[in-house]
Write a protein that binds this ligand. Structure first.
Ligand SMILES: Nc1ncnc2c1ncn2[C@@H]1O[C@H](COP(=O)(O)OP(=O)(O)OP(=O)(O)O)[C@@H](O)[C@H]1O
Ligand SMILES: [Mg+2]
Length: 461
């Protein structure tokens, strides 16, 4: 080495420090470059290269170069090929002054892009006898050529460089593992949230079905009472009719007769007769609506039927629409453009959740007034359901993210960002697909494709 004793010591100390400095870990390429630069300077060389053994251990990758064409960095060198490859394979250092003797070193061919330096030193980088890479330094013709003593000193010094490199690799490895752990943790948290959401949906379904069941009973006897009431009322009204006729045939001013006529006036019997019919008809109609809601709740939740079934999707779409009607009615006119749909094999309650998510999203996308169109159709072995809105659309940069769990553009506390990711999961479970087509400011169309039959079913989940 071309340094005096003290400078040598401080050079060695600096080399040690390079392997320790944690701030360099942010950019490993920079550390390799700095380490090589340090060695090139220490050996008073002009150029140099540093190559590390790949994970597969069958070749080297050049990770740093001084005074080399930039494209050389990242190149791969097969073990045994070129000076670096030879040194790494043989585990021996090499001192080259002038041309290589092809007899002595068969197989070494200099890579063409490098002009032959006048003097070169190349060492294997070793850790406990295991080669981890190779390093070379070169001097041009105008400098004193390297001597054997340089080669031997370098062998000792480069052990320190190998340690520094190992240190760097260990830290990089630690960082990579930490990042992997963090990613796994994140995935676990997401999976847990999805489970919670799915569980929430299932319990809402159960609650709905429970309420529906409870309401069914009183609705039943109110309906039966209303129809008896109707019959009794008709009887009473015919009796009144007869009384009226009797009243009309009587003359005179018997006080009972006068009191009866006064009472008729007072209770406005003519109006009361008409209104009784209207009230009863309205009550019957109201009760019919309650019955329909109860039925929709049952169809929607399908709690008794968490199995694969062959069903008509229009039924599911209609009952889902009734369930979310409250959210839609002030925002949008709902247009149905149903085509013909063969029955399909599916998990109806889960598909209803998909339709619900799409309908609610459509309503949320409409700021004041708009239209939501539900279309259906089928081609070949597939059916499709479209939920289309005239809402604000999806920004192109968000299109690729809307199915990601927790992606939401809604204010904090409003959307969980799980609706579409759950829907995607459900549709995939059916071996189907969701397509989206959106124009900013114009509207969005989601199209769900589903196969008619399931070749391989997955768990109901
Ligand atoms: N029809 C639509 N029009 C415009 N943007 C939409 C539409 N549907 C979904 N998006 C966008 O995709 C995002 C994700 O939707 P997703 O249903 O997964 O979550 P969310 O609606 O935000 O919350 P959650 O459904 O959990 O209440 C929405 O926040 C919104 O930005
Ligand atoms: Mg949503």
């Amino acid at each position: 080495m071309a340094l005096d004793r003290m400078t040598k010591l401080s050079w060695i100390y600096d080399l040690y420090q390079l392997g320790q400095s944690s701030h360099l870990l942010e950019d490993p390429d920079k550390i390799y470059q700095q380490l090589l630069a340090h060695i090139v300077t220490g050996f008073d060389a002009r150029s140099g290269s540093l190559a590390l053994l790949t994970e597969e251990q069958n070749s080297l990758t050049i990770v740093a170069g001084i005074d080399l064409p930039p494209h050389v960095i990242g190149c791969s060198v097969a073990l045994g090929s070129g000076v670096l490859g030879w040194v790494a394979k043989e585990g021996q250092p090499l001192l080259i002054n002038g041309d290589l003797d092809p007899q002595k070193y068969p197989g070494i061919q200099r890579r063409r892009e490098q002009a032959a330096p006048s003097s070169a030193l190349c060492w294997p980088l070793k850790l406990r006898d295991r080669v981890i890479g190779a390093l070379s330094v070169n001097r041009p013709a105008e400098k004193t050529p390297f001597a054997e003593s340089d080669r031997d000193q370098g062998t000792a010094v480069l052990n320190l460089a190998s340690l520094a490199l190992e240190n760097i690799q260990l830290r990089l490895d630690q960082q990579r593992r930490f990042a992997e752990l963090q990613a796994t943790n994140q995935k676990l948290a997401e999976a847990q949230d999805q489970l919670l959401q799915a569980e929430k949906m299932a319990s809402i379904g159960q609650l709905a079905a429970g309420v529906a069941h409870e309401i069914n009973n009183p609705v039943g006897y109110v309906a039966s009472n209303l129809s008896s009431l109707g019959r009794y009322m008709d009887n009473l009204l015919s009796l009144l009719e007869a009384c009226d006729q009797l009243d009309a045939s009587l003359s005179g001013d018997a006080p009972e007769l006068l009191a009866l006529r006064a009472l008729k006036e007072k209770i406005d019997l003519t109006y009361l007769r008409e209104d009784l019919h209207d009230l009863l008809a309205e009550s019957k109609e109201g009760l019919e609506r309650v019955k329909k809601i109860v039925l929709d709740l049952k169809t929607f939740s399908h709690v008794d039927e968490a199995e694969w079934q062959v069903t008509d999707l229009h039924q599911g779409l209609d009952s889902t629409l009734n369930i979310v009607w409250n959210e839609l009615k002030y925002k949008a006119e709902v247009v149905k453009e149903y085509g013909t749909l063969p029955e399909i094999e599916c998990l109806p309650s889960q598909l209803n959740q998909v339709f619900m998510n799409l309908m609610v999203n459509a309503a949320h996308a409409i700021e004041s007034q708009g239209t939501i169109t539900l279309r259906t159709g089928h081609t070949g072995e597939q059916v499709w359901v479209e939920v289309s809105d005239t809402g604000k659309g999806i920004a192109p940069e968000n299109l690729g993210r809307i199915f990601d769990p927790f992606f939401t553009t809604k204010p904090v506390g409003t959307g969980t960002g799980l609706g579409l990711s759950l829907s995607y999961g459900i549709v995939k479970k059916h071996h189907g697909n969701i397509e989206v087509d959106s124009t900013l400011g114009k509207g969005t169309t989601f199209r769900v494709w589903l196969p008619l039959r399931q070749a391989v079913k997955q768990e109901n989940g």
